[in-house]
Write a protein that binds this ligand. Structure first.
Ligand code: AHG
Ligand code: MN
Ligand code: MN
Length: 340
């Protein structure tokens, strides 16, 4: 990239699309619409600390508008922008029980559906730590011209066309992946555009950071405990003990993992064998991104992207990040006891 030359996300996406003569530009315009939703959510996130001054959630502000919780605001923003988009047949959201079909003629003829976690890491809003939005785009399997169906949203991750996240951190970034690779764009607030800042992102094959809620150790099985012992063991020539970092926003923990390498884990345990994180809104999009960047993502029993979803809100354990670290974790856990 020439120094000083700004490439906006739109420009970049269109250049990428031109590599495929048969492409219609619909995916580019869908990514732009998601970016627009991200900018609107970002504006509200930046005011989060002022809520008590400007009006509490559930209260009415000076314009007579109802103040919304940020996760509901983010959800409604995405739903409305994608409804107005001409390139989205319907959505499924972590915040909605069922998928939503857009039934106007344009939407019914759109070939894509979008799944999202509108606000990830919502418990971090009050402490001013990074939060994010995660999205996943599938080509629908139902008939064009008809309303979309639940089957469009129950496709395995290996069928994803694109996935990404927006991180509302010390700066705001949008990162998205296609089969061509992963690229990151930082929001330039003065022009309101996401600009290419992290071209062709690669997850290092090795890392020195493990990331999980270690406070749950008492609930973990023997295999998981054995891997934690391994992470904390002193082996200077192998870079151990590893450092432990856990923000509690998957987007933020995964952004670090993508840039610096490492392993992020949300395991199952005896009480919750499938863990906490949602396959369709959190694990599949992150697995698609990390694999497009050279990393891997597994549930313990199989690749995340190969899981055939049976319900919209299903959960899965996840081990994701640097290839060699995830493989090593699996070896150690399998030596100790069968995978979950
Ligand atoms: P959400 O805010 O969308 O409900 O997601 C929170 C998730 C995820 O971001 C994070 O990795 C995990 O919950 C943290 O869970 P624990 O507090 O159990 O560690
Ligand atoms: Mn989440
Ligand atoms: Mn959420």
């Amino acid at each position: 990239m020439a120094q000083g030359k700004l490439i906006t996300m739109d420009e970049f996406t269109i250049m990428e699309t031109r590599k495929f003569p048969q492409a219609t530009g619909e995916l580019s315009s869908l990514l732009r619409d998601i970016g627009l939703a991200g900018k609107i959510i970002n504006k509200q996130v930046r005011k989060a600390g002022l809520v008590d001054i400007l009006g509490k959630h559930g209260a009415t502000n000076v314009q007579g508008e109802e103040q919304m919780k940020l996760d509901i605001y983010a959800n409604e923003t995405l739903i409305n922008i994608l409804k107005n988009s001409t390139d989205c047949a319907g959505i499924a959201s972590e915040e909605n029980d069922n998928h939503v079909c857009y039934e106007d003629t344009y939407s019914a003829n759109s070939k894509y559906v979008v799944l999202f976690d509108p606000l990830d890491g919502s418990s971090n809003i009050d402490v001013n730590a990074p939060i994010g939005t995660i999205f996943a785009i599938y080509r629908r399997v139902s008939e064009l011209g008809q309303p979309c169906t639940e089957a469009d949203f129950l496709q395995p991750g290996n069928k994803l066309m694109a996935a990404g996240y927006i991180i509302y951190g010390s700066s705001t970034m949008m990162v998205y992946a296609t089969k061509l690779g992963v690229n990151g764009f930082t929001l330039e607030p003065s022009i309101g555009e996401f600009c290419l800042s992290h071209p062709d992102m690669k997850c290092p094959e090795n890392g020195k950071i493990y990331s999980l809620n270690q406070g749950n150790t008492v609930k973990y099985d023997a295999g998981m405990k054995a891997y934690l012992e391994y992470c904390m063991e002193s082996k200077k020539d192998e870079g151990r003990p590893y450092s432990h970092r856990y923000i509690g926003s998957m987007v933020a923990d995964m952004h670090r993992t993508l840039l610096k390498g490492g392993i992020f884990i949300y395991p199952g345990d005896k009480g919750a064998p499938k863990g906490k994180l949602r396959l369709q809104y959190e694990c599949n999009p992150m697995a698609f991104i990390i694999e497009a960047a050279g990393g891997i993502a597994v549930s313990g029993a199989q690749d995340i992207l190969d899981i055939e979803p049976t319900e919209l809100h299903q959960r899965t354990p996840i081990f994701i990040g640097s290839k060699n670290m995830v493989n090593r974790a699996m070896e150690i856990m399998k030596q100790t006891e069968p995978a979950i």
